[in-house]
Design a protein around this ligand. Structure first.
Ligand code: NAG
Ligand code: NAG
Ligand code: NAG
Length: 476
């Protein structure tokens, strides 16, 4: 990037930022701290979040007080405003994912903007250098909200897999209204073409269902083998899971008590603001894959302090088509609990789990070769202001093969209490390479006698052979 262009980009970025941070950034540049990302605009404009206290190693890549969008034309923008497809200030991004590309192509940052309500002009977009959001793959997919079931209706979270595919879970709802059936889409990120669409059959969701978080399980002998793909999706308010078997293009539902919210964990206090939210299963993370082996899916409900684990072979069993109740004993909770609630989580290729915590507002790690216990939770970063409500979290591999942690924080308490205002920063994307975050971290030094998944293995019976019968209201 030329200096001129760099200055222009930085000016436009910094115009949104707090002058205090800008001074710190300038001071750091003066010391020549150049631990920057591959993204060229990051080279120009990111700074270590040292500015928020020495413990915070995550860097802020983007931040907004309010999302702004690129429309294909002024007429399109005008029409969106008139139809209330666009209500400035109402958008709330909750997820982030990144695709690093080879050659001269810039890496792309994707964010989701679910339609909790009207006024969100695009529900999935890419972020440009100026922080503006453009609809992905183009605006036509997002226009005519509620009337375009071939487009996208409401996307909460996405997942990019190792095969350069972007998996998009469209919940099909605007607010409470199921205006389109839920659908799972996949795009080839090299061509930006749609390569897969699975419209969820009515037997696999209920009136309260909301599909908010897809996790992709790609197996195969070699990295180019992408055919064996399953997608597991959290149904946050239907208290279940959707399992999509991609190669056979079919899906089913799984339900279990541990996917529900806990009433005594339904109250959240963040930055002095309190709200109630009885959300069930939300955070999900998949254990690393070794060829021919089973994988664990870790998950938790938002209104909970409990972490659960299930063998994916249980979820992949298509006998769930005839009975969605998972055997009681096949999904298990770790005996010890988190000190507080958590939204997003993700696991790296070494079996280290990263998760956000509401209080203290921060990001923590836990090595799955140790017991799931607060004793083995280690701090990655704590920040009362910038790390409020980590709603989206991804492990991303860069072109050098290094893993990076990417996080979206969205100060969700302001959304819930109606205190969102455009005079302060509400939404932030944070990132850092894992080797930097884990330097000297106890998470990277598990006991040598234990392997990845040690505790999950211990609480999960090999074959859920126990006989168990589910009750139903009609029995009473
Ligand atoms: C789709 O859903 C309908 C209505 O719930 C059900 O009757 C039908 O069997 C389902 N089809 C498949 C393939 O699951
Ligand atoms: C699938 O689930 C059924 C019912 O629980 C069970 O009988 C069967 O053994 C399972 N199949 C496999 C391959 O685990
Ligand atoms: C979260 O932490 C706060 C402060 O310690 C505490 O008051 C609250 O009860 C905790 N919430 C849960 C669900 O444990």
């Amino acid at each position: 990037m030329t200096t001129l262009r760099q200055n222009r980009v930085c000016r436009s970025l910094f115009s949104q930022y707090d002058p205090h941070l800008l001074d710190i950034y300038k001071a750091e540049m003066a010391y020549g701290i150049e631990r920057f990302f591959l993204l060229s605009y990051c080279l120009a404009c990111c700074w270590p979040a040292l500015s928020f206290g020495a413990k915070n190693n995550l860097r802020i890549v983007k931040q907004w007080s309010e999302l702004e969008f690129r429309f294909p034309s002024d007429e399109a923008k005008q029409r969106a405003l008139e139809n209330r497809y666009y209500v400035p200030g109402s958008s709330v991004p909750i997820d982030v994912d990144v695709h690093h590309r080879s050659g001269g192509q810039m890496s792309r940052i994707f964010i989701s903007n679910p339609r909790f309500d009207e006024g969100r002009p695009v529900t999935l977009g890419t972020v440009d250098e100026d922080g503006l959001i453009s609809g992905y793959p183009d605006y036509s997919w997002h226009d005519n909200q509620g009337h375009n079931c071939n487009g996208m209706t409401s996307v909460f979270r996405v997942a990019i897999d190792r095969c350069s595919r972007l998996w998009v879970m469209d919940a099909g709802k605007i607010g409470e209204n199921q205006v389109c059936p839920p659908q799972l889409l996949a795009f080839d990120l090299n061509s930006d073409r749609l390569i897969y669409r699975h419209v969820v059959n009515a037997s696999n969701y209920i009136a309260t269902s909301l599909f908010i978080n897809p996790v992709v399980d790609v197996r195969g002998e070699d990295p180019n083998d992408c055919s064996d793909t399953f997608v597991y999706v959290a149904d946050v308010s239907g208290f279940g899971m959707l399992i999509v078997d991609v190669i056979n293009d079919r899906s089913w539902r799984a339900t279990h008590n541990l996917m529900y919210a806990y009433p005594n964990r339904g109250t959240f206090t963040i930055d002095g603001e309190t709200f109630d939210l009885m959300d069930g299963i939300l955070g999900m993370a998949l254990s690393p894959y070794s060829y021919g082996q089973d994988r664990f899916l870790y998950f938790h409900a938002l209104a909970s302090t409990v972490e659960n684990v299930v063998r994916t072979s249980v979820l992949r069993n298509d006998s769930l088509i005839s009975n969605s109740n998972v055997n009681r004993y096949a999904i298990n909770a770790f005996p010890e609990e988190r000190p507080n609630q958590s939204a997003a989580e993700a696991m790296d290729s070494n079996g280290i789990l990263y998760f956000g915590l509401m209080e203290p507002p921060g990001i923590f790690c836990w090595n799955s070769a140790t017991e799931y216990s607060p004793r083995n939770f280690h701090q990655i970063s704590i920040n009362k202001e910038t790390l409020q409500f980590a709603s989206g979290m991804k492990i991303v591999k860069n072109r050098k093969g290094e893993e990076e942690l990417w996080i979206m924080t969205c100060s969700f308490q302001r959304v819930m209490t109606g205190s969102l205002s455009s005079d302060r920063v509400n939404f932030r994307i944070h990132a850092e390479k894992l080797p930097i975050l884990l330097k000297k971290s106890a998470c990277s030094m598990p006991p040598s006698e234990n392997s990845i998944g040690y505790h999950a293995e211990r609480i999960s019976p090999d074959i859920p052979y126990y006989h168990f019968r589910y009750g139903a209201v009609s029995y009473l």
